[in-house]
Design a binder for this molecule. Structure first.
Ligand SMILES: [Zn+2]
Length: 228
């Protein structure tokens, strides 16, 4: 699943074509006939990172009346109804609703589950989850209901800050710098732990955390209880 900054960059690159007409098409795709785009108007471009998908190697080229063209490579292409992502839950939208995000995180469930719930945090993927939790000093399995309002605020701050910084880095050709994701040691030199966590019956995602920098809440619960 692409994370927010990746698809947001795509959105930024395609936006200038909105309002233009397709005058010529090219490429090949098994699912879509490129010629079917001929003479259509490019009306909108939307970020919908929640759409999961397999790998595809289609190619589609759209030439516009302006003389410029868009070429899509290795894209998953399909016809779909309107995306359902609300801008209020899009972590990179100026309409992102902080209060709504805080309320979702405060639920009585591990915060690492809530962060990956695309209905609450559209665009938030596994890298952002791991990095924001580490930076906020919060154990991934901490129940949101046991965290203080201040801790939840700090977590949302790190989600937005890391995502925004990652997006800016993409435009500047800079690698995003991770501190915990796929690391063996945290920046303080502690041994990092790695487990797959996810809701019962749901998708289990690899999670990296530092037991020392990210103490568990509640501290006495055995960790096995949360493993699938
Ligand atoms: Zn540490």
């Amino acid at each position: 699943m692409p994370e927010g900054p990746s698809v947001r960059k795509f959105h930024h690159l395609t936006s200038p074509f909105v309002g233009q007409q397709v005058v010529k098409t090219g490429g090949s795709s098994k699912k879509l006939n490129p010629a079917s785009f001929q003479s259509l108007w490019f009306q909108d471009t939307q970020v919908s990172p929640s759409s999961s998908g397999g790998h595809a190697s289609h190619r589609l080229v759209l030439h516009f009346s302006s003389g410029r063209f868009l070429a899509f490579y290795n894209c998953q292409m399909s016809w779909s109804s309107s995306p359902v992502v609300q801008p209020t839950s899009d972590i990179l939208s100026e309409k992102f609703h902080r209060g709504q995000a805080l309320e979702a995180l405060g639920q009585e469930q591990p915060v690492c589950y809530t962060l990956l719930d695309q209905r609450c945090f559209s665009g938030l993927g596994n890298i952002i989850k791991n990095e924001a939790l580490y930076r906020a000093g919060i154990h991934p399995l901490s129940l949101g209901s046991l965290l203080s309002p201040r801790q939840l605020e700090v977590l949302v701050d790190h989600v937005v800050e890391f995502s925004t910084d990652w997006l800016q880095g993409k435009f500047q050709g800079r690698q995003n710098h991770t501190q915990i994701y796929q690391k063996e040691q945290c920046p303080a030199g502690h041994q990092v732990r790695k487990e797959a966590f996810g809701p019962p019956g749901g998708f289990q995602r690899l999670t990296w955390w530092c037991p020392q920098c990210q103490p568990r809440l509640p501290p006495d619960e055995p960790e096995q209880a949360q493993l699938s």
